[in-house]
Design a protein around this ligand. Structure first.
Ligand SMILES: [Zn+2]
Length: 124
């Protein structure tokens, strides 16, 4: 058999799409029953994966994550996961340089004509 390097595929519990493991963030249920973010992907416990996008996170937190992990995600858990998620995304983004440089909006050079109070000019 030839050596074929395959990226493990996992399903995002937010949108249900299958994705390479690297594109996803892992959440794991600890033996204590808490749900935590697992940036390394190596923690023991039942895991679930979510795209590194807030839309998918919110969908996952809206019941799907608890279903996937077969436990209740408490509001405290959800708050902690959001926080960890944001930090994780920031850390990931800081590693690679931003690809899109958005030009600032052009300044309006023409001053708007000021009209003193009174009739508004009817547009043609
Ligand atoms: Zn997703």
């Amino acid at each position: 058999m030839p050596h074929v390097k395959r990226v493990p595929q996992r399903t995002c519990v937010g949108c249900g799409e299958v994705e390479g493991k690297r594109e996803l963030v892992r959440f794991v249920r600890t033996p204590e029953g808490a749900v935590v973010c697992d940036p390394t992907g190596k923690r023991n416990g039942r895991g679930a994966y979510v795209h590194a996008e807030s839309d998918c996170l919110e969908r996952a937190l809206d019941g799907r994550l608890g279903h996937a992990l077969r436990c209740a995600v408490t509001p405290e858990d959800a708050a902690g996961l959001r926080q960890a998620f944001v930090e994780l995304l920031a850390a990931r983004q800081s590693k690679r340089p931003p690809q899109i440089h958005r030009a600032p909006e052009p300044l309006r050079l023409q001053p708007r004509p000021r009209r003193t109070a009174g009739k508004r000019a009817a547009r043609p």
